[in-house]
Ligand binder design. Structure first.
Ligand SMILES: Nc1ncnc2c1ncn2[C@@H]1O[C@H](COP(=O)(O)OP(=O)(O)OP(=O)(O)O)[C@@H](O)[C@H]1O
Ligand SMILES: [Mg+2]
Length: 343
């Protein structure tokens, strides 16, 4: 009887493990898809942060290394990780904890990779055990600030609770402290609540505030003591034309496409000609351009015999597809950003 019961138990255990693995895989796919489409905030927290065990540090590091350019960002992230690992080791030896803030400031224009790097950084903190889960919760002002007295603190606290064990990424953080005298603005209350929670949960919460360099400077000056809470300010430079071409190639590869011989020349022209003001979408522009080029490719191919298309044809994006796409891709700019820029 006993061996049979053991066998049954083992079978149930194995089945449970298989289901768990399947769920993790499914969770990974859902997360990847949501993140590609910028919808990760809409995932239920069970999918967003609970299903996956941390990946090994080397694997996450390799993903960071594979990003095009960003040399200074990669170096600073590596330094921060090394620094925290050594501090942790010191702590294990019973040595004094020197003040090691884990919070960061990311300064960079749109589409320079801030969210992508924050997600990888969160995972890295998870991999080395500095955070329990290593997930990323991304919010902006609307996610933190309420509409009436008392609403803001409870809203901010809820977000903090969701982010515990991971990274809270606050995009366009300066929107919490618009310059000038404000009446009926609860942004300051959100900042106060955040600062308090950052202290209360110093071992379980990492905050990354992000946004345009100039406005981030104003934000860090807006509240005494704000700047000193952050360990590092990491600058995300705009991408060069060559980097944008490489990013487009990478995006194409990720989707199982390839660029034709004349595509690089077309990309070179497009990226050189586009207006590079601070609303320019950098890698996001490259992604939008590529996605628009897919439509152009489909229209081009549908003019012939679709049934006769070979694999090469359906995976190829040409210079003309990209040129036609460029005419339609515009630089998106949020209403909040427009408002802040006018002030
Ligand atoms: N260095 C890079 N190499 C490859 N792809 C990149 C790189 N940087 C960004 N991307 C891609 O470009 C897109 C935009 O990047 P991301 O969302 O990280 O930028 P962001 O700085 O957070 O932008 P925003 O300020 O608009 O939120 C993503 O699809 C990302 O995968
Ligand atoms: Mg972002």
């Amino acid at each position: 009887m006993a061996p049979k019961r053991n066998k049954l138990r083992k079978t149930i255990f194995e089945a449970g493990k298989a289901v768990g693995k399947g769920a993790n895989k499914a969770g990974q796919i859902v997360r990847d898809t949501a993140s590609d489409r910028g919808l990760e905030n809409r995932l239920p927290s069970g999918v967003a942060d609970k299903l996956l065990p941390p990946r090994p540090l080397e694997e996450v590091q390799a993903e960071l290394d594979a990003l095009v350019g960003l040399d200074s960002v990669k170096e600073q992230v590596a330094t921060q990780i090394a620094f925290l690992q050594v501090q942790e080791r010191r702590r294990e030896h019973g040595l004094d904890d020197i003040n090691t803030s884990r919070h960061l400031v990311f300064m960079g224009n749109p589409g320079t990779g801030k969210t992508t790097v924050a997600r990888l950084l969160a995972e890295m903190y998870g991999s080395i055990g500095l955070l329990e889960k290593g997930h990323l919760v991304e919010v902006d002002r609307a996610g933190l600030v309420g509409k009436y007295v008392g609403h803001t603190a409870s809203k901010t606290n809820k977000v903090v609770k969701r982010a515990l064990g991971g990274v809270l990424f606050i995009d366009e953080a300066y929107a919490l402290s618009p310059p000038g005298i404000q009446t009926n603005d609860f942004g300051a209350e959100a900042i106060e609540t955040l600062l308090k929670r950052m202290e209360d949960h110093r071992d379980r919460l990492v905050v990354v505030v992000a946004g345009y360099p100039k406005l981030m400077e104003q934000f860090l000056h807006s509240n005494p003591g704000l700047r000193s809470r952050f360990a590092r300010e990491i600058v995300f430079p705009d991408y060069s034309t060559d980097e944008l071409i490489k990013i487009t190639e990478k995006i194409a590869q990720d989707y199982d496409f390839h660029l034709s011989d004349d595509a690089e020349k077309a990309l070179n022209r497009i990226f050189k000609q586009v207006v590079r003001n601070d609303a320019f979408g950098n890698a996001r522009f490259a992604r939008n351009l590529f996605e628009q080029a897919l439509n152009k490719q489909a229209v081009r191919l549908s003019q012939g015999d679709v049934g006769a298309l070979d694999k090469h044809a359906v995976t190829e994006i040409t210079g003309d597809d990209l040129k036609a796409a460029a005419a339609q891709v515009e630089v998106p700019i949020s209403a909040e950003t427009r408002r802040l820029r006018r002030i």
